[in-house]
Design a protein around this ligand. Structure first.
Ligand SMILES: NC(=O)c1ccc[n+]([C@@H]2O[C@H](COP(=O)([O-])OP(=O)(O)OC[C@H]3O[C@@H](n4cnc5c(N)ncnc54)[C@H](OP(=O)(O)O)[C@@H]3O)[C@@H](O)[C@H]2O)c1
Length: 332
């Protein structure tokens, strides 16, 4: 098959996509992915400034048209206005990405009713209302709806019970919308992100010592996901390439849910001279050299971990190596 023909499957150049929460994090990664396939982008979020900055960046990088719509997904009236604003600007609306979401981390017994409602209304009710709002437009010509769930759509989570409940709801809502609207040629699918480095998870990494270690150890690919990791799956689900895929979930988690990963390296061998390091400055230097060596290792495996050594200066032994080389040996 010609490259050109193959690419046509993913071509979105005559399409218009609304991305809720498209001004940052995963939503922006998705918006950029769709724009790279030629799609016009509507960024629908609350912060005007953030949306304007993201829109400008996308326009400059991909040469597509963009529009910012002020949308609060908790507000049903704001949602009702959205399709009209898009139609007025573009005359069409082909793709809806329900991405806006929030999380609050606490044990179940500590949540207030207000927090429960805030999470459900932002993460779940909004998906229903936004999808309902675009349905009259999509039912004429077909369309694509891409929802954003989470690993907690599938597995429980002690500290995010309302969030997990909302995301499990998003999965079942996806399946229900998919079967209801299949006759209208509307495909509805859901992306389930794993641990992704975005503003949503910055605070969690600060508040829960060990979370970062857990993610890096447990994820077979050995890193946090990035917003860019969502570009490809989103283009697939927004394009003709997925016309016979509906009600399905796509897990984007670096293999986290596939099982425990084995350490890709059995051992790290350091060569050098043992000497006593007295001052913090010397320790810092020794660590800096070690980190430099680790970062040179193939696959980037160590680079994602090595920075943590720098944060553990106090625990770093006063006896340390003057390192000449570091060799990582692969496990069998
Ligand atoms: N990061 C992860 O590890 C992870 C894992 C699993 C699932 N997810 C899901 O992925 C989605 C995006 O998460 P993220 O990590 O990219 O979060 P993020 O960086 O915090 O971005 C959230 C986005 O949602 C928008 N938003 C929040 N409340 C809104 C509201 N009431 N109305 C309209 N827009 C609203 C925000 O823009 P404004 O503030 O301008 O409105 C922002 O653009 C969420 O559904 C989240 O649950 C994330």
């Amino acid at each position: 098959m010609e490259d050109r023909v193959k690419l046509q499957l993913f071509d979105l150049s005559d399409k218009v996509a609304v991305v809720t929460g498209g001004n940052g994090g995963i939503g922006k990664g998705i918006a950029e992915g769709l724009a790279s396939a030629g799609c016009s982008i509507v960024i629908a979020a609350r912060s005007r400034d953030k949306s304007a900055a993201a829109a400008q960046e996308i326009e400059q990088a991909y040469g597509v048209r963009t529009l910012c719509v002020e949308l609060d997904v908790k507000d049903p009236e704001s949602i009702k206005r959205m399709p009209g604003q898009v139609l007025e600007a573009y005359g069409r609306l082909d793709i809806l990405v329900n991405n806006a979401g929030v999380n609050v981390r606490k044990l179940p017994q500590d949540f207030s009713l207000e927090e429960w409602d805030h999470i459900q209304n932002t993460n779940l009710r909004s998906v229903f209302l936004c999808s309902q709002a675009v349905y009259p437009v999509m039912k004429c010509k077909g369309g694509k709806i891409i929802n954003t769930g989470s690993l907690t759509s599938l597995i429980g989570s002690a500290r995010t019970s309302p969030y997990a409940a909302s995301k499990a709801g998003v999965l079942q809502l996806t399946r229900s919308l998919a079967v209801a609207w299949a006759p209208d040629n509307i495909q509805v699918n859901v992306i389930l992100p794993g641990y992704i480095a975005t503003p949503l998870t910055v605070q969690a990494r600060k508040d829960f010592p060990g979370l970062d270690e857990h993610v890096l150890q447990r994820t077979p690919t050995g890193r946090w996901g990035t917003p860019e990791d969502f570009a490809g799956p989103a283009v697939f689900l927004a394009s003709k390439a997925s016309d016979f895929v509906t009600g399905e979930f796509v897990v984007v988690d670096g293999g986290y849910t596939q099982g425990e990963c084995e350490h890709p390296y059995e051992s790290v061998v350091m060569r050098g001279t043992m000497r006593r390091v007295e001052s913090d400055e010397e320790k810092r230097h020794a660590i800096h050299v070690l980190v430099g060596h680790l970062e040179d290792e193939p696959g980037g495996y160590w680079s994602s971990r090595s920075w943590r050594l720098e944060q553990r200066l106090d625990r770093f032994s006063a006896l340390c190596f003057e390192i000449e080389s570091v060799t990582a040996k692969a496990g069998s």
